[in-house]
Design a binder for this molecule. Structure first.
Ligand code: 6GU
Length: 281
C-alpha cells in the first residue's frame, strides 16, 4: 500500500516512523510519504489560508495549494506505474485513489472502515486545519479521487494530523505481514462487533484478587463460553449502541440466556432491551 499525507505540520506525523508502522515501512510493506502543503504555495509568505466569504470566525484553507499538492501526488503515482498514456494498466482501468479528509463533519471511522481501506492500493490524507478547506477543492478532487470525509468521533480536534496517526495505525496493522501473529487480529475488540473479554496473567492470586477459576480449569469449551459471555456483559455495560447493530441470528441458547440475564431479548434476529429491564444507563 502507498499512503501520502499532506499537512502544514509534517513533523506532526513523525511518530509514523516508530513501532509497528515504522517497521512496516522499513520492511517495504507500506510506502508512506508526508508532504508539506506550504511547498505547493507560490507567494512569498507561503499562504495557505484566508478569511471566509460570508464572514464568520476563523480562517479557511485556500483551494489552490491543495490542488497543486494532489496533482503532484497523482503525477508521481502515474509515473511510478507507467500508466501515463491512458491511465489504464494491464489489469484494466486505473482505480481512483481514495482521498481521506479528516473532519469532525465526516462519516465515522470504525474497524469496518479500517478493513475496507486496508484493501486499497493508495490512500491520500489531506489534513485540514482552521475551519476547513474551500469546498471547491472537494468538488475538484472528486473527479480524480474517491473523496471520503472521515471523523474519529464526536469531538473537535485542531486539525487532521492526530486523526491521521490513528487511522494509519488502524489501517496499517491490517496489511498482510504487519502484525506478526494474524490470530491476534481475530479476537480483538470490534472484530466481531463486540468489545473484548477481560484478560489475566500470572500470578493467579494478586493482592487478594484471584483470576476467575474457569480460566484455570483447562476446560476449553467452558473458557470460550465464559469469554464470550464476558464480551456480552462488557458490551451491554459500556457500548449498548453496538448491540443494536449486532447480528443475533447465530446466538446459541446459552448465548440467549446470557443476554436474557443482561436484560436483552432477540426479536427478528436483533437484540432489543426488554421493556421491563430498567434504564439502560
Ligand atoms: Cl478526523 N478531524 C478533526 N479535525 N477533528 C476531529 C476528527 C477529525 N474526528 C473527530 N474530531
Amino acid at each position: 500500500m502507498r499512503i501520502d499525507v499532506v499537512s502544514i505540520f509534517p513533523e506532526y506525523l513523525a511518530p509514523l516512523e516508530l513501532s509497528l508502522i515504522g517497521k512496516a515501512r522499513q520492511d517495504g510493506l507500506l510506502e508512506l510519504n508526508v508532504h508539506d502543503l506550504r511547498t505547493f504555495t507560490t507567494d512569498k509568505h507561503r499562504t495557505v489560508d484566508d478569511t471566509p466569504y460570508g464572514g464568520g470566525a476563523g480562517m479557511v484553507m485556500k483551494p489552490e495549494p491543495w490542488a497543486q499538492a494532489l496533482e503532484s501526488i497523482a503525477d508521481a503515482r502515474i509515473a511510478d506505474s507507467q500508466e501515463a498514456a491512458t491511465g489504464d494498466s494491464a489489469d484494466g482501468p486505473a482505480k481512483k485513489p481514495v482521498l481521506i479528509v479528516p473532519s469532525p463533519a465526516g462519516e465515522r471511522f470504525n474497524q469496518a472502515l479500517a478493513y475496507e481501506l486496508a484493501e486499497e492500493e493508495q490512500l491520500v490524507f489531506a489534513c485540514g486545519r482552521y475551519e476547513g478547506i474551500d469546498e471547491r477543492f472537494m468538488e475538484w478532487a472528486a473527479a480524480r479521487f474517491t473523496v471520503r470525509p472521515v471523523s474519529l468521533g464526536d469531538y473537535v480536534l485542531n486539525g487532521g494530523e492526530v486523526a491521521v496517526l490513528a487511522m494509519v495505525e488502524a489501517i496499517g496493522r491490517l496489511l498482510p505481514g504487519v502484525v506478526g501473529n494474524p490470530e491476534s487480529l481475530v479476537e480483538e475488540s470490534h472484530s466481531d462487533g463486540l468489545l473484548e473479554y477481560p484478560v489475566y496473567t500470572k500470578p493467579s492470586s494478586w493482592r487478594d484478587r484471584d483470576v476467575p477459576a474457569v480460566l484455570l480449569s483447562g476446560n476449553h469449551g467452558k473458557i470460550a463460553q465464559w469469554r464470550r459471555h464476558e464480551q456480552f456483559r462488557r458490551t451491554a455495560e459500556r457500548r449498548p449502541d453496538l448491540l443494536a447493530e449486532f447480528d443475533a441470528g447465530g446466538l446459541t441458547r446459552a448465548d440467549r440466556t446470557a443476554f436474557g440475564e443482561l436484560g436483552y431479548e432477540v426479536v427478528e434476529g436483533r437484540l432489543r432491551r426488554r421493556a421491563d429491564s430498567g434504564p439502560a444507563d
